[in-house]
Design a protein around this ligand. Structure first.
Ligand code: PLP
Length: 394
């Protein structure tokens, strides 16, 4: 079971560490010498329970998760995450206050926008606090507006929760620090989508009400979502009588996505994809062995730096639409200034086995996704190509 180290820069599903996949391949066939694969046993068996417990423990260690927070896993992906967050968190607010309030969305790209649209579609009371498109002349998702420009829309107001997407995968925009006016307000629960940057850098979990992340970028295969939630939010959801939600015209969460139900059943209320969770746990173990999030962050910073540096070195040839302070360390978006060269760029890159570079259809150009498992050596190959391509074609 061998392969050459991939140099695939696709936005996801992303590559995983080769040794993780080698182990997973063996365990898919015969786990722990059971004579059965890990996907062929009950999700309530001793072995499955051990995987759930071990995954929780490893994640707690990696992210230094305080006792105030609970970890759980649920079927689905990022979309299941933001849909279920809306109904669970609206219920939590009703449970806590006996009232309703709007959820506030900080819109910085297509994923936070979709999350807002979904909350609205579900009839969860919500509003956009700001849409970053309104803060630049281009009317595009290219930066994150300074807090001083929008904090008045938050101060003194009640929100059931405030939502942001920490890394906008499509537009290559990342929150490089959390907004102070949100995290410093004890009455606001910060809810964040970390689908495309979880475990890529150190964060302070205590500042979040809920973190959710689909697995298929930094931590595993599609099909599973990870949640880290403040225990008090779970208690508040449990307090709610469904009739009160009906009265407020807020949807009741489907049972498989009801957070307290999932937590009470140790992430196995219904059939959890245990192979997928096992792969995630192998990724966690791999990261712990590698030196944890701190080591990964250093590597990620180095990868992002050489890539942005080379693109910045040819300002007449490459265009970087995202403002420097909002540049993502995971998804590097760029375009060519010269017209008619896009196809050639992709073709020449593919000749060097550099693939997955086409930008999202809504943005165009190129996007190099450099998630945790992509090595510095692979990024160095891309950097060399970007340089050569500019020199040969400018
Ligand atoms: N959130 C972010 C930041 C994403 O990048 C994605 C997918 O790329 C999603 C949510 C949606 O994830 P899924 O396709 O697993 O529903």
């Amino acid at each position: 079971l061998e392969r050459e180290e991939p140099t695939h820069f696709g936005a996801g599903p992303a590559q995983l560490p080769t040794e993780v996949l080698q182990q997973a391949a063996k365990d898919l066939l015969n786990y722990n010498n059971l004579g059965l694969g890990i996907g062929e046993i009950s999700h309530r068996s001793k072995d499955a329970t051990q995987i759930i417990e071990s995954s929780k423990q490893n994640l707690k260690e990696l992210m230094n998760i305080p006792d105030t927070h609970e970890v759980f896993f649920m079927q689905g992906g990022g979309t299941t995450g933001f849909s279920s967050l809306a109904t669970n968190l609206a219920a939590a607010y009703v449970g806590k206050t006996g009232q309703i309030a709007n959820a506030g969305y900080l819109v910085t790209g297509s994923w936070s926008l979709k999350s807002f649209q979904e909350a609205k579609r579900l009839h969860v009371p919500c509003e956009i606090i700001f849409n970053s498109k309104d803060f630049n002349d281009e009317g595009k998702f290219v930066d994150i507006p300074d807090e001083s420009l929008w904090e008045d829309r938050v101060k003194g107001k009640k929100f059931s929760y405030v939502y942001l997407c920490e890394n906008e995968t499509v537009h290559g925009i990342e929150w490089n620090q959390l907004p102070k006016c949100i995290v410093d307000d004890p009455n606001i629960e910060l809810v964040a989508d970390l689908s495309s940057d979880i475990l890529s850098r150190k964060i302070d979990v205590s500042k979040y009400g809920v973190i959710m992340a689909g697995a298929q970028k930094n931590i595993g295969l599609a099909g599973l979502t990870l949640y880290i939630i403040k225990k008090s939010i779970l208690t508040n959801i449990e307090k709610v009588d469904d009739t009160l939600l009906h009265e407020f015209d807020i949807p009741v969460t489907p049972i498989a996505f009801d957070y307290p139900t999932v937590v009470k059943n140790n992430s196995a209320y219904n059939t959890i994809p245990i192979f997928t969770l096992h792969v995630m746990n192998l990724v966690f173990e791999h990261l712990i062995k590698k030196g944890g999030v701190e080591a990964q962050e250093k590597e990620n910073d180095a990868k992002a730096k050489i890539l942005y540096d080379i693109l910045d070195a040819y300002p007449n040839f490459y265009n970087l639409p995202v403002k420097p302070n909002a540049r993502s360390r995971m998804n590097v978006v760029f375009t060519l200034k010269k017209e008619g060269l896009d196809e050639k760029f992709l073709k020449d890159a593919a000749e060097r086995k550099l693939t997955g570079l086409k930008g999202h259809r809504s943005v165009g150009g190129f996007r190099a996704s450099i998630y945790n498992a992509l090595t510095l050596a692979s990024v160095e190959k891309l950097v060399q190509f970007i340089k050569d391509f500019a020199v040969e074609n400018q």
